[in-house]
Design a protein around this ligand. Sequence first.
Ligand SMILES: C[S@@+](CC[C@H](N)C(=O)[O-])C[C@H]1O[C@@H](n2cnc3c(N)ncnc32)[C@H](O)[C@@H]1O
Ligand SMILES: Nc1nc2[nH]cc(C(=O)O)c2c(=O)[nH]1
Ligand code: SF4
Ligand SMILES: [Mg+2]
Length: 205
Amino acid sequence: MHISTSIQSLPVMESFYTIQGEGHYQGRAAYFIRLAGCDVGCHWCDVKESWDASQHPMQTIEHMVAEASAFTGRIAVITGGEPLMHDLTNLTAQLKQEGFRNHIETSGAHPLSGEWDWICLSPKKFKAPLPSVIEACDELKIIVFHSSDIEWAKTFLPKLKKGCKLFLQPEWSRQEEMLPQIISFVKENPEWEISLQIHKFMNIP
Ligand SMILES: C[S@@+](CC[C@H](N)C(=O)[O-])C[C@H]1O[C@@H](n2cnc3c(N)ncnc32)[C@H](O)[C@@H]1O
Ligand SMILES: Nc1nc2[nH]cc(C(=O)O)c2c(=O)[nH]1
Ligand code: SF4
Ligand SMILES: [Mg+2]
């Protein structure tokens, strides 16, 4: 007997069409889907409201993709929360059918699922990233809260695939203190770039 794919729903905190504010695609129009649920626990996380999935409504993938498709842009960024806590096979397949490039923002603490055109890994000391995600990422984005985080960033280099983009992003509240050190590091190590959360300067989501 043929069993049709059951309708899958995922907990969604918010979705919005905006400008990617971080990393290699910074400045590009993108539709963000922020899935709820995270077990990493970064003390400086800028979306702690996303952590408890039970606080957010379930939405069917059909509904999520239909809403995304209403906008002109065709980059979808799946973020969270930690999006890899969910099986993203069906979501990414249906976004692809609507012509989206699928991008993910992840801590890498859970196994990859789904079909990705761009993987941004932002590893955390609080819950280590899986080797499989480190090897697959297209962009490494290290949040710099303390100057020692710059040294920690370098420990990932031997494990990354060739051509992986390298970013240092100051933790928002620590920007003034960390930026001078990040700037001098990048001047000495020009394979690294600076990412600044430009959406926060523009007061957009
Ligand atoms: C909110 S997280 C969601 C995706 C995933 N859980 C992760 O951490 O990559 C999205 C991005 O924002 C970064 N981020 C979160 N809080 C931040 C802060 N206070 N300052 C700078 N970047 C932050 C994360 O490191 C990650 O790159
Ligand atoms: N504009 C904008 N760009 C972003 N890039 C990564 C974000 C995230 O929270 O994952 C984010 C976000 O929340 N807003
Ligand atoms: S892994 Fe991402 S969503 Fe989870 S606490 Fe850290 S920054 Fe926030
Ligand atoms: Mg954000």
